[in-house]
Write a new protein. Structure first.
Length: 51
């Protein structure tokens, strides 16, 4: 099973926006590591907005 292209683009955009990392740097991450960063960013954003 392959990972949905739209979902991959969303993750890349999310990490790039918040961490200011480049495309190659983000795509070099293993899927599980990239998802972990997305989850951590979401947690930080939620805490920052009081939620």
């Amino acid at each position: 099973m392959t990972y949905a292209t739209d979902r991959l683009h969303e993750e890349v955009a999310y990490v790039a926006f918040h961490f200011h990392w480049g495309l190659e740097q983000i795509l070099d991450l293993e899927h599980q590591d990239r998802r972990r960063y997305v989850d951590h960013i979401a947690s930080l954003v939620a805490r920052g907005s009081g939620g």
